[in-house]
Design a protein around this ligand. Structure first.
Ligand code: FE2
Length: 265
């Protein structure tokens, strides 16, 4: 596994060491303060390059293109909001997705299944354990954004999102986010509207580098990927973990996310 991760800088295979404890403590502190942590060069450059190169042909020919006009809640109506409230303003999202069953020999699958990686992520999130999904499609996805495309403003359904950028575009593709925009008690619709109008000074932008591991607390942090510019695709690997084993999508969810469904493996 030494060939996948820079274990000199990030000793995630040595959980008994002080260096490991210090790394976990730093990640936890950054999650608390910034709502995310970002570990540059986590995946080794040759593996990142291989992962990006290996998805190329399949991304071009068999990825699922998802294009939608949506509000940030992905719902037609929201309790307590009139239909013309600016928090319900429509945005456009376009992306292209390859699923785990289309990524079989890709290094991102080996990383996903490597127990020290899973244990390290659980430690940074303050969880006793995390588990890979059973779902043959949703476990790991690679998403591409092409010239003019973006993953637009949204909150995540899961508390944490784990990604590794595999390829950066020439321009655009940064992650823009507004931490703690809402809470369990306060949906802050006017605050949401201000972000959508570009009028919130607390919006931050981070340019991720290929190979960087990014863990993001997206449930109350409104975020988007800035539209990509130029001929180079933005490629990102997305890893799905749960705090219980055996999680599957329903056939209906698979169909909705990926345009197809497969029987359980
Ligand atoms: Fe997200």
């Amino acid at each position: 596994m030494t060939q996948l991760v820079d274990l000199q800088t990030y000793p995630i295979d040595r959980p008994q060491t002080e260096a490991y404890a210090a790394l976990v403590a730093d990640c936890r502190a950054r999650l608390a303060v910034d709502g995310m942590f970002d570990l540059p060069g986590f995946m080794r450059p040759d593996m990142v390059e291989k992962a990006a190169k290996d998805v190329g042909p399949a991304m071009a020919s068999e990825s699922f293109r998802h294009a939608r006009s949506h509000n940030i809640y992905f719902r037609d109506s929201v309790d307590g909001l009139s239909p013309d409230h600016p928090a319900l303003a429509k945005v456009e999202t376009v992306n292209h997705t390859l699923c785990a069953d289309q990524l079989q020999d890709n290094p991102v699958i080996a990383l996903y299944e490597w127990q020290p990686f899973v244990d390290f992520l659980a430690a940074t999130m303050g969880k006793d354990a995390l588990y890979p999904m059973e779902d043959p499609m949703a476990r790991v996805n690679v998403q591409a954004s092409r010239d003019g495309e973006a993953l637009n403003w949204h909150f995540d359904r899961s508390e944490f999102t784990t990604t590794i950028l595999l390829q950066a575009p020439q321009q655009g593709g940064e992650l823009e986010y507004r931490k703690d925009l809402r809470s369990a008690d306060d949906p802050n619709f006017d605050g949401v509207a201000a972000v959508l109008r570009g009028q919130d000074p607390m919006v931050r932008k981070i340019a991720l580098r290929p190979g960087a591991l990014n863990v993001f607390r997206g449930v109350n942090t409104l975020h988007r990927v800035v539209p990509v510019k130029g001929p180079v695709e933005r490629l990102v690997a997305i890893f799905a973990f749960f705090d219980r084993p055996g999680v599957m999508m329903t056939a209906k969810e698979q169909q909705g996310f990926y345009g197809r469904s497969v029987a359980a493996a």
